[in-house]
Design a protein around this ligand. Structure first.
Ligand code: NCD
Length: 311
């Protein structure tokens, strides 16, 4: 594998291979020295054109725990603000000869485009509303550690499906691992045919939520809305907000973060023992270590890029 652009490219066996390795790396967190030398001397660059707390910090930590050098570049405060193009920014960073570039970008397809301009392994850390494969892997890892296996588990993903790259990637990963995924959103936040495209059931109501083993709430993605998608946040919350009163005992709650408390989920639910949200964050480090390890240390197994073959 040269790059990680989508979850689909991994298939069930690829996902399981990465999660198994993440389990091994998870053990490192318990050691006194939380580092392995696997990527010593290699450079990992985080290039973020959109806001991020969890994804950027966990990629940084993952790279450091693998002993790589790390540079994190955010578009705000960089030469992007002076008008530098995406291509020129990538060319500049590529001059440092990185082993991997982790990219978050507001445009769908940006990570795939970047593979044309660099020989570094490209990791898609979110491209528009398209894909967020490492979030899907850490979600799968969190559920797998909680339930043991996802086969036959029922997961409801509730909220702004239309603008969510997490919904697309996580639903796909959970399906591939044998879960049954139900997408629940108001009609205006559920793209037509998405259920068929992702192999999920869809519904516009929380009726039946009790069948879920896990309830996955999505953030309202205001930054991608053009206005008019919902009557009001209060009306949305009345019909779709996940609170303890809507959950049955034994169900677990997940959310990719950042949470809008009181909108898609209540603060009480986030802070309750049913919540796996902080476990998702910790799983993110081991999963991203496994991804960087596979792409960089495992690159002897990778197939050469067209650019390399031509060279
Ligand atoms: C998600 C994202 O950026 O797509 N956040 C994340 O990576 N933890 C979800 C979101 O922003 O709502």
């Amino acid at each position: 594998m040269n790059d990680l652009l989508t979850i689909e490219q991994l298939g069930r066996s690829g996902i399981e291979r990465i999660l198994d390795r993440a389990d091994e790396f998870g053990g490192i967190a318990a050691r006194e020295v939380q580092k392995v030398p696997a990527l010593r001397g290699k450079l990992v660059i985080n290039l973020f054109y959109e806001a991020s707390t969890r994804t950027t910090s966990s990629f940084e930590l993952a790279a450091k725990r693998l002993s790589a050098d790390v540079i994190s570049v955010r578009s705000s405060g960089s030469s992007v603000e002076k008008g530098e193009s995406f291509k020129d920014t990538v060319a500049t960073l590529d001059a440092y000869d990185p082993a991997a570039i982790v990219l978050r970008h507001p445009r769908a397809g940006a990570a795939a485009l970047m593979t044309r301009w660099t020989n570094a392994a490209v990791v898609n850390a979110g491209d528009g509303a398209h894909a967020h494969p490492t979030q899907a892997l850490l979600d799968a890892q969190t559920l797998r550690s909680h339930f043991g296996s996802l086969d036959g588990r029922v997961i409801w993903i509730v909220g702004d499906v239309a603008h969510s790259r997490v919904a697309r990637s996580t639903a796909t990963a959970l399906n591939l691992l044998g879960a049954r995924v139900v997408l629940c959103a108001p009609p205006t936040l559920m793209p037509p045919m998405i259920g068929m495209a992702l192999g999920c059931e869809t519904t516009h109501s929380l009726d039946g939520l009790e069948e879920a083993d896990a309830v996955y709430a999505l953030r309202m993605q205001h930054e991608r809305m053009r206005g008019g998608d919902i009557p009001s946040l209060a009306e949305y919350a009345r019909c779709y907000r996940i609170g303890l009163e809507r959950m049955r005992p034994g169900q677990v709650l997940m959310h990719p973060g950042p949470v809008n408390r009181g909108v898609e989920v209540t603060g009480a639910a986030v802070d309750s023992p049913a919540s796996l949200i902080t476990r998702q964050v910790s799983a993110g480090v081991a999963v991203r270590m496994a991804v960087l390890y596979e792409l960089v240390a495992g690159s002897e197994l990778a197939t050469p890029r067209a650019a390399e073959v031509a060279a």
